[in-house]
Design a protein around this ligand. Structure first.
Ligand code: FMN
Length: 129
């Protein structure tokens, strides 16, 4: 499962392009299987507040982070929410996308997903509000 947060639609667009099981963060009620986090970057290289809150609760099941940013913000803070989450929770930064990213990014995400997430996961066990 990919759990994603999207404010202006880029992350949502990419997630829906990947053809992988996914759920929007604010719809997750209970989480019992490993997941991949997909977030945007806020402020100046900040982790979105809702993502911070979610991860405090669910970090143990998180197997990696994908981040979208905008490289126009400059190298220092481009996609930095992903770097921060990877460091905070000691998880791999799977991919950093510039806005909606590229086909190469999508392939890298799918490869990681099939190797680390789908294995052993038989069905979604979410309860959706
Ligand atoms: C208020 C605001 C602050 C942002 N700050 C950053 C930033 O510091 N670094 C970065 O790489 N992108 C930054 N972005 C760009 C977004 O992370 C990027 O557009 C992302 O694709 C948004 O994903 P979403 O459309 O799914 O919400 C910012 C965007 C907004 C609106």
């Amino acid at each position: 499962m990919i759990v994603y947060a999207s404010r202006t639609g880029n992350v949502r667009y990419v997630t829906q392009t990947l053809h992988l099981p996914n759920i929007e963060m604010n719809e997750v009620q209970q989480l019992t299987t490993p997941f991949l986090l997909f977030t945007y970057t806020d402020g100046l290289g900040d982790i979105p507040v809702l993502v911070e809150r979610f991860m405090k609760q669910h970090y143990k099941l998180c197997r990696g982070v994908i981040v979208s940013g905008n490289s126009n913000f400059g190298h220092q803070v481009f996609g930095q929410a992903g770097d921060k989450l990877a460091a905070l929770y000691n998880i791999p930064l799977v991919c950093k996308l510039d806005l909606r990213g590229t086909a190469k990014d999508y392939a890298a995400i799918q490869a990681f997903y099939y190797e680390h997430i789908q294995e052993g996961q038989h069905e979604a066990v979410f309860e959706i509000k």
